[in-house]
Design a protein around this ligand. Structure first.
Ligand SMILES: [Fe+2]
Length: 369
C-alpha cells in the first residue's frame, strides 16, 4: 500500500518541491498550509508520516506537533521537522516538542527520499534524556491544548460575527433596494426594470460560466445599477424622450452619482464598477469616463447589454418596442462597437432560448386536449 505523507508547509514552492521528490517514489502527498489546518487534516487523514515546517502561520510547527502527539490515534504517527536551521538548539526543541526527526532546509534532493524511507521504516531520533524532557513534554502538551481551546473559541466567535454582519448587510441592502423600487414604481415604464435587468444579466452570466462571487456581484449590481437616478431630477426621468440638452447632461450624471452613493459601503465594493460603468460603450462613446474595450468592467458590460435589451423591449411611451428578432439584429449590428462581443455572443444564445421557450408555450396553448 502507498504511504500517505502529510506536508504542513506555508511556502508553495517548498510544497511543490516535496511533491515532485516524493510522488515519483509512489508516495501520496497531502498538504496543509498552516498549523491549525495541519492538525485538522492529520485527524481526518491519519497519514503514515507528517513532515512539519516550524515557522507556520496561526499555530507554529512545534505547537502543532505537540497537539498531534497528544491525540490518541495520531500519537504513533512519526513527525519529522523540516526547517531552516535558525539557531542553536532547534533540533532539540523540535524533538522535545514531539518530533521524531529533523531535516534541515534547503532540502537535499539526492538524500531526501531515502531519509523519508528510513523514517517510514521506524527510524527515530531522540534527545539525550536529562530528566527534564518528560516534564517539559507534559508542560508543553498542556500549553498547546489550552491554545487549541482558545483558537476554537475564537473560531466560533468569528463565525458568529460573520453571520451577524451578513444579516446586517442583507438588511442594509434591503433598505437601499426599497428606495430603488420606490422610484421605479412611480413610472410605468421603469416598473420592474432592475429586476428584469438582473434576470437577463444572470442568464448571460450563466452562459459565460461566471464564478459564484461574480454571479452574486452581478445580481446586486444589476439591481442597483440605476441607483444614481434617486438623485437625478425626477422631471428628467419622466420626460426622458423630450429632454433638453441641460436635462440630458443631468441625466448622464446618474452612474457617477450612483458610484458616489455606494462607494463608502465596503461590502458592495465588488459591484461598484457595474454601477459606475453600465453606460460605457465598447468603442469609447459611452459615459461617464469614455472607457474603451477591456477597460470596461466585464460585469458592467453584461449589465449594459441587459439594460439596453430591457429598454428596447418595454414600452416607454416614446420608443418603438422591438421583438426578440429585431433586438437580435440590433445587438449583432452593435457587437464590437457599442457592446462587448463576448457578451453579445452569449446573449444571442440566451435570446434564442427565450424565443424557443416562447414558441413552445404558444404551441402548447393551441394544442387540442
Ligand atoms: Fe442607467
Amino acid at each position: 500500500m502507498k504511504a500517505k505523507i502529510l506536508y504542513v508547509e506555508d511556502n508553495e514552492l517548498n510544497r511543490l518541491l516535496v511533491r515532485r521528490l516524493l510522488e515519483p517514489h509512489g508516495y501520496i502527498v497531502i498538504e496543509a498550509v498552516d498549523g491549525i489546518s495541519g492538525v485538522k487534516i492529520a485527524e481526518q487523514e491519519v497519514p503514515d508520516l507528517i513532515l512539519m515546517d516550524i515557522n507556520l502561520p496561526l499555530m507554529d510547527g512545534h505547537a502543532a506537533t505537540t497537539r498531534i502527539k497528544s491525540l490518541e490515534r495520531l500519537a504513533n504517527v512519526p513527525i519529522v521537522a523540516v526547517t531552516t536551521h535558525a539557531m542553536e538548539g532547534d533540533r532539540e526543541r523540535s524533538l522535545i516538542a514531539g518530533c521524531d526527526g529533523y531535516i534541515r532546509k534547503p532540502i537535499d534532493v539526492e538524500t531526501f527520499p531515502k531519509q523519508i524511507e528510513r523514517y517510514l521504516k521506524g527510524d527515530r531520533e531522540r534527545v539525550e534524556d536529562d530528566g527534564g524532557e518528560a516534564y517539559y513534554k507534559e508542560y508543553s502538551v498542556k500549553l498547546v491544548n489550552k491554545l487549541q481551546k482558545h483558537i476554537e473559541e475564537l473560531e466560533l466567535k468569528t463565525q458568529l460575527v460573520e453571520k451577524q454582519s451578513k444579516e446586517m448587510q442583507e438588511a442594509y441592502l434591503g433598505i437601499i433596494l426599497s428606495f430603488v423600487h420606490a422610484v421605479e414604481e412611480k413610472h410605468a415604464y421603469t416598473a420592474g426594470h432592475s429586476a428584469r435587468v438582473r434576470a437577463y444579466s444572470l442568464k448571460i452570466g450563466e452562459k459565460l460560466h461566471l464564478s459564484l462571487e461574480e454571479m452574486e456581484n452581478l445580481t446586486q449590481g444589476a439591481l442597483l445599477h440605476d441607483i444614481g437616478k434617486l438623485v437625478v431630477e425626477i422631471s428628467s426621468l419622466r420626460n426622458v424622450d423630450r429632454l433638453s440638452s441641460e436635462e440630458w447632461e443631468e441625466m448622464k450624471k446618474h452612474p457617477e452619482i450612483g458610484y458616489r452613493i455606494l462607494k463608502p459601503i465596503k461590502f458592495l465594493s465588488g459591484l461598484i464598477n457595474i454601477v459606475h460603468q453600465h453606460h460605457e460603450r465598447w468603442d469609447g462613446s459611452g459615459y461617464p469616463q469614455g472607457l474603451v474595450g477591456d477597460q470596461i468592467d466585464f460585469l458592467a458590460s453584461i449589465v449594459a447589454v441587459a439594460d439596453s435589451y430591457d429598454a428596447m423591449t418595454t414600452n416607454r411611451g416614446y420608443n418603438q418596442v422591438l421583438d426578440i428578432d429585431d433586438a437580435k439584429k440590433e445587438f449583432k449590428k452593435c457587437s464590437g462597437t457599442f457592446y462587448n462581443p463576448i457578451v453579445i455572443d452569449a446573449f444571442l444564445e440566451v435570446l434564442d432560448e427565450m424565443k424557443n421557450r416562447k414558441a413552445s408555450r404558444t404551441a402548447s396553448a393551441v394544442e387540442p386536449d
